[in-house]
Design a protein around this ligand. Structure first.
Ligand code: G1P
Length: 296
């Protein structure tokens, strides 16, 4: 059965973007010209997802819901001012997928956030996308992963080789054999020390999961950071279900950090048609000798 539902957890506090996140949810901070959540939803839709379950917090509720409730007066005003193209960006989402909102009362971890979607998911496997991981390329990474799942019926997680200094912040997998970009996963551990890490292959926020994950999450105890970890629940299923790691080739940015967000914005500026030329001209600019730098 083909997968058409995706869970996108967005309820995190966004502490790395304080003070902005006192007023604006992290996923609504723009990467170049649109929120990180927008890119993530586009990836889901372009992979064939038609139902999106957003796990949000109570404080984010109004702002995030507003993004998906284009009213007639705004849409008429935009059309009258010739902004059809911008309007089409949000209409693409509204026309091609339904969005359901589920409130996570307390930030108890990624595993707990995914568990909130249990009722909405029902009886079929589903995708999870973490908007902190922006992945850009011609073919969406999730689409490749759904393809792998449809051929194997295994769980699928996106993986990437990372620098050792990033290992303690990520889920790390151990693999057996591999065929090209597809690796057989035999174990995984959340946020290990560099010494304990089984490899330098990290889980990046794209997953294809079976509904058994909900029972596994309900059985899970607090793990790394004292939170219910999705990685631990997946690891507990590995002895019973196959698990594949997809070593994706698309460009990836950790937009959960200010530097990653800046890099992603620059990547957009360099690669977006119509912006790239102006941006390139600007890059040739050399600072005058008396250039005043901002204090550190
Ligand atoms: C989560 C997952 C982790 C994964 C990471 C990718 O961690 O728990 O396994 O490697 O996303 O971004 P978090 O960023 O929520 O700490």
């Amino acid at each position: 059965m083909s997968i058409n539902k995706a869970v996108i957890p967005v309820a995190g506090l966004g502490t790395r973007f304080l003070p902005t996140t006192l007023a604006v949810p992290k996923v609504m901070i723009p990467i170049y010209d649109r929120p990180s959540l927008h890119y993530c939803i586009e990836e889901a839709i372009d992979s064939g997802i038609t139902k999106i379950i957003l796990i949000i917090s109570e404080i984010q509720e109004d702002i995030i819901k507003n993004y998906f409730s284009l009213n007639d007066s705004i849409s008429d005003a935009l059309k009258n001012k010739g902004h059809e193209k911008s309007l089409a960006e949000i209409e693409k989402i509204l026309n091609r997928a339904s969005v359901e909102f589920v409130i996570q009362k307390q930030p108890l971890g990624l595993g707990d956030a995914v568990l909130m979607a249990k009722k909405s998911i029902g009886e079929t496997s589903f995708a999870v996308l973490l908007p902190d991981d922006l992945i850009i390329g011609n073919t969406p990474t999730l689409k490749h992963m759904l393809h792998i799942h449809s051929h194997t019926n295994d769980l699928v997680v996106a993986i990437k080789q990372v620098d050792s200094r990033d290992i303690p912040n990520l889920g790390i997998v151990s693999t057996a054999n591999s065929q090209g970009e597809i690796h057989e996963i035999i174990g995984m551990v959340e946020k290990p020390s560099v010494e304990e890490a089984p490899s330098d292959l990290a889980i990046i926020g794209r997953y294809v999961l079976p509904i058994e994950i909900f029972d596994a999450l309900e059985r899970s105890h607090k793990g790394a950071l004292g939170e219910i970890q999705l990685t631990d629940a997946i690891a507990s299923l590995i002895p019973y279900r196959g698990c594949k790691g997809y070593l994706f080739q698309n460009a990836h940015f950790d937009v959960g950090t200010p530097l990653g967000l800046l890099q992603a914005s620059l990547h957009q500026a360099v690669n977006r048609h119509g912006i790239d030329v102006d941006f390139g001209d600007w890059l040739n600019f050399s600072f005058p000798e008396n250039h005043q730098r901002l204090p550190k």
